[in-house]
Design a protein around this ligand. Structure first.
Ligand SMILES: Nc1ncnc2c1ncn2[C@@H]1O[C@H](COP(=O)(O)OP(=O)(O)OP(=O)(O)O)[C@@H](O)[C@H]1O
Length: 349
């Protein structure tokens, strides 16, 4: 549905050019929740502003159903912008207007609604985000979560095809964040609305996104399904972002020290059906190999159960015995460290 092709952008400051986006290629399918992550300054906000041309690229195209919006005339671009809702970290509400007036304002700005239609739509939106009883209140005394619900209702007012969320939950406490994520997930499901979001919160990506792209210095360095990117990160930046989230089992240098260290250290990853079975005890029973768990993380990635464990084996022979059983049980494994007193080729064999 949306295809970004070779998007590049350079900002000029003090006579110097800084390339903020470089040949970005992305495809976003209708109805998916697509996350963009990356370090501060990676270019995420600039990229997300290309979807409605709040920022224009120097090169490349932004195709919606095949049409390049960069070539739209002013009237067509205005119509497209009305089909793109935006949700911001700091809500950006009109504080001199009531909740209902914030929504009316968005509807009137787009035009084409009779006063009765406006009122009916305001009711519908307040119902959708669970704010009916706050209809005539001013935003200032509302909680952060309620303010963001107003922000989401406003973004949905004109029945967008695309919802852009720029750090939509970053100003909220964890519990409120969960409630807003549930609301966004319901909107995505019920309205089949495509959502593109930027966040520095990996838990947001974990629970809400279908796919994720990792941006580093203006380049997409990794893109894929959330489970693949989180459990098998390829790029160093992705590995760091994922490890900060503590959603996976990461190696700590301490794991390689101490009197208990010794045998090979493996990372086992179980996904979907494999994560619902007592695989570790099955592996031990079938092979007679004791698995010493060093670290572990279990949870869900967009509703898919997973587990990732670091386990230490007694010796290289145990690894050789375990490997066929790991394959049989569809457990991905990665050898992180070899016993220091054993030759590496004995373990690798
Ligand atoms: N209008 C502008 N003029 C000049 N430089 C800009 C402009 N907008 C952004 N930049 C620079 O472009 C780079 C990328 O900014 P951008 O806001 O897209 O990154 P980001 O990944 O969203 O960062 P953060 O997570 O900190 O918001 C930064 O170095 C920023 O200073």
């Amino acid at each position: 549905m949306i295809r970004l092709h070779q998007l590049s952008k350079t900002f000029h400051r003090d006579g110097q050019g800084v390339e903020v986006l470089h040949d970005v290629d992305l495809e976003i399918a209708e109805g998916e929740v697509f996350g963009i992550i990356g370090r501060s300054g990676a270019g995420k906000s600039t990229l997300v502003r290309m979807f409605n041309l709040l920022e224009r690229p120097d090169r490349g195209s932004v195709r919606i159903d095949g049409d390049d919006i960069i070539r739209f005339d002013a009237a067509r671009l205005r119509r497209w912008r009305q089909r793109v809702g935006m949700v911001f970290q700091h809500f950006n509400l009109l504080y001199a207007k009531t909740v209902a007036d914030n929504l009316r304002f968005a509807l009137r700005l787009a035009g084409g609604h009779s006063p009765r239609e406006v009122e009916a739509r305001v009711d519908e939106l307040l119902e959708l985000v669970g704010l009916r009883e706050h209809r005539d209140r001013y935003p200032a005394p509302l909680s952060g979560g309620q303010k963001q619900r107003v922000g989401i209702a406003r973004a949905l007012a004109n029945r967008p095809r695309l919802l852009l969320c720029d750090e939509a939950t970053s100003a909220l406490d964890p519990e409120t964040t969960q409630a807003i994520l549930r609301l966004l997930a319901r909107i995505n499901q019920e309205l089949r609305l495509t959502i593109v979001l930027i966040t520095h919160e990996m838990d947001v990506v974990r629970s809400l996104c279908d796919r994720v792209a990792v941006l580093e210095r203006g380049r997409v360095v990794e893109v894929g399904e959330v489970a693949d990117v989180f459990l098998f990160p390829q790029h160093a930046v992705t590995r760091r972002l994922v490890s900060e989230s503590q959603a996976t089992a990461e190696l700590d240098p301490l794991d390689l020290q101490g009197p208990a260290s010794g045998g090979p250290l493996l990372r086992l990853t179980l996904l979907d059906e494999a994560a619902t079975r007592p695989v570790l005890s099955q592996l031990s029973t079938e092979t007679g190999v004791p698995l010493n768990i060093v670290r572990g993380a279990v949870g869900q990635l967009k509703g898919r159960p997973y587990g990732q464990l670091l386990v230490r084996l007694p010796d290289a022979a145990a690894l050789a015995a375990l490997r066929p059983a790991l394959q049989r049980h569809r457990v991905e494994h990665e050898l992180l460290a070899v016993h220091s007193r054993l030759p590496a080729d004995e373990v690798a064999a």
